[in-house]
Design a protein around this ligand. Structure first.
Ligand code: ZN
Length: 120
């Protein structure tokens, strides 16, 4: 088992700017900022990934204690770096809660003024 990083902090927990979260190790696109939601844990929480192949998942426990829902181990779909966990039906509206280490993420804010004005 290899961990790219084990330390977790609250770096991105309270970040809600528009943008995209990519793998800190390889730059693979993982989560949209619009999938992020507030959760009372130290880790950033998301309801869904950018694409189905953003992450790979494996079942860790069939029933985790806090919600009785299965917990999945989540790793980067590209470099297989461990990112955190997905707790099924533990997010808003019965969605998943992806509980991801800040240290495994890099945040790329959307650039506001990227639109080119077309003058004719
Ligand atoms: Zn990666």
């Amino acid at each position: 088992m290899s961990y790219c990083t084990l330390s977790s902090d609250e770096k991105y927990r309270d970040t809600f700017e528009p943008g995209i979260y990519v793998c800190a190790n390889c730059g693979h696109e993982l989560f949209h900022s619009k999938a992020k939601f507030s959760h009372n844990s130290p880790w950033p929480a998301f309801t869904d990934t950018v694409r189905d192949d953003s992450v790979v998942k494996e079942v860790e426990t069939e029933s985790q204690s806090s919600s009785n829902a299965p917990a999945l181990k989540v790793s980067c779909g590209n470099c297989k770096c461990q990112l955190g966990h997905e707790f099924l039906k533990d997010g808003p509206n019965e969605k998943s809660r992806f509980c991801i280490y800040s240290e495994s993420l890099s945040f790329l804010p959307h650039k506001e003024n990227e639109q080119h004005s077309v003058s004719e």
